[in-house]
Structure formats: structure tokens, C-alpha cells
Design a protein around this ligand. Structure first.
Ligand SMILES: [Zn+2]
Length: 294
């Protein structure tokens, strides 16, 4: 089956090297794109230089290449796309959807209750910053209504942004772009139709749908793959000291990644080429567990 309009992507952050969890996400998004006859793009999400590890972006690309991933087109870097984010913010300011916020973290913590992902912004600057204060951050106005993300693996995921999240940041007071704005601008500008990524990002999907609606761009199809957890039940990440994967170990690692996604390759698939060939022929989202998996 060929679906000429499918455009997927994998978008690693160079805050660390590829680990077993991010490899599984790459494998799932790649195979879904290829199974649908689609394209698969790479985008390096290097929005937050203080948290980045020098050389990590190149190391991730080298590892993907060594594993046999084949991506379409040139790799994009968010660090080179700030003008697009600036244009989008200007559009949101002009339409009244975005407003400046002068609040410090401390002030928000003192005034706010906790929501689904940190504090729910209490709306202090919604109608203008307090007298004598200049807003350096920009927030998006959210509505008191349900937003439903229809996820192909996780089912309907529902949030009321006003209750669960609050007006959220698009441009941080320190001058860095927020992920929620950049990812929506990039997916729209690159014509991404299908987002397959880790389930840790499900919680931020309604915010991205709100940004899409405020910018007047379409909402792609979403599929959130199971997150990989360690023996303590914690998501594998740089923070939980997940070990970096080694390209020298690629056959074993790729077999394990596929097994975690419900696709254990047959014992006689012993080369990368054999494993990929089997995986492309046998990939089915219906076999992928909702997770989490260990
Ligand atoms: Zn504020």
C-alpha cells in the first residue's frame, strides 16, 4: 500500500546520545512511515543550548546511519529556524492570541495550583502586565473547553487547557523558544502529516493542537509509542542515566527495539539488512503495545 501524502519525522534533542528508548521511537516512526509508503524526515531539536551536549547531534545522526536508517531530504536544525518561530509569534500577537507575561517562576509558584504538567498559570498578565513591569515571555491564551487528541495507539486523549495547563509559554523570558511553538511551526512548514513519537509527549499534544488552531494550520495524525521504563519504572532518559547505545551492538539493539514494539524478529534474522527487511514486511501498528514497556 502506498500513501503518497504520508510525511513522518524523527526529532531528537541533542541533550544526550541516543539510548534504547529513543531508538525504539526512531524504529517505530521509521517503520510506520515506510509501511505507509511515506517519507521520513529528521529534525534536530536544538532549541535549548544550555541543556545540549556538544557533539550529541552529530553522534545521533552517525548512530542512526550506522543502524541503517535512511532519511529523506536534508536534516533540519531548529537552531537555524528562529525566523519562522518569530513570524509565527508575531502572527499570534497580532491576532491577540499571545500576550506578554512579566511573572517570575517564584510569583507563579506562589499564586498557582498544580496541573497536569507543572503549575497552571494563574492568568496574572492576561489583560496586561502589572504596572511598571515589562513582559519578556510570551504566552498563548487557552480556552475553557475540551481538546481531544485522537491518537492511533493510545485512543482519545482529552484535556481542558484552562483547567489542566493554563496559558502556556511560547517564548521564554530568557529568549529561548518554547518547544510547543517550534514543533508546531516546523511540522506545519515541513508538511508533516503523521507524528509518531514517545508517549511522554502525549501530555503536551493538546497544547500543540491549540497552537495549530491559533495559527490556522492543520492538525497532523498522532501516534504515541510506549515509553521504555527501567526496573524502577522510570522513563529511560538522560536524567535516569539511560546508557547510550553503541553502533557496534546494532544487531542486538535493533532486535531488542523491535521486540519492545511487539515485533520480535525471527531467530535467523542476523544482519541489519535481514532485520530491516523482515521488519518492513511485517510491521503493524496493531501489534505495538500501548506501554509502558521495559
Ligand atoms: Zn504573567
Amino acid at each position: 500500500m502506498s500513501d503518497p501524502v504520508y510525511r513522518g519525522r524523527f526529532a531528537p534533542s541533542p541533550t544526550g546520545l541516543l539510548h534504547a528508548g529513543s531508538l525504539s521511537t526512531a524504529v517505530g516512526s521509521y517503520l510506520e512511515a515506510r509501511a505507509r509508503g511515506g517519507q521520513w524526515l529528521l529534525r534536530v531539536e536544538d532549541l535549548d543550548p544550555p541543556r545540549e551536549v556538544p557533539g550529541a547531534a552529530d553522534a545521533i545522526l552517525r548512530t542512526l546511519d550506522a543502524f541503517g536508517f535512511e532519511w529523506d531530504g536534508a536534516v533540519e536544525y531548529q537552531s537555524r529556524r528562529h525566523a519562522l518561530y518569530r513570524d509565527a509569534l508575531q502572527q499570534l500577537i497580532a491576532s491577540g492570541a499571545a500576550y506578554a507575561c512579566a511573572c517570575t517562576r517564584k510569583e507563579i509558584a506562589a499564586a498557582a495550583r498544580r496541573g497536569l504538567d507543572g503549575y497552571v498559570y494563574p492568568g496574572t498578565c492576561r489583560n496586561g502586565c502589572p504596572a511598571g513591569r515589562e513582559g519578556k515571555a510570551w504566552r498563548l491564551r487557552v480556552n475553557d473547553e475540551a481538546i481531544v487528541a485522537a491518537d492511533r495507539l493510545q485512543g482519545d486523549y482529552r484535556q481542558n487547557l484552562a483547567e489542566d495547563i493554563g496559558d502556556f509559554v511560547l517564548l521564554r523570558a530568557d529568549g529561548f523558544w518554547a518547544y510547543q511553538l517550534a514543533v508546531v511551526v516546523d511540522d506545519a512548514e515541513q508538511g508533516i502529516t503523521d507524528i509518531v513519537r514517545g508517549a511522554d509527549l502525549l501530555v503536551s499534544t493538546p497544547r500543540q493542537i491549540q497552537v495549530q488552531r491559533s495559527l490556522g494550520v492543520g492538525t497532523p495524525s498522532y501516534c504515541h509509542l510506549p515509553v521504555l521504563v527501567n526496573a524502577a519504572g522510570e522513563k529511560l532518559s538522560k536524567q535516569t542515566l539511560a546508557p547510550a547505545i553503541e553502533a557496534g551492538d546494532a544487531v542486538v539493539q535493533l532486535r531488542q527495539a523491535l521486540a519492545r514494539l511487539g515485533h520480535p524478529p525471527p531467530a535467523d534474522c542476523l544482519s541489519l539488512a535481514d532485520i530491516w527487511s523482515w521488519a518492513r514486511a511485517n510491521w503493524s501498528l496493531a501489534r505495538v503495545p500501548r506501554g509502558p514497556v521495559s
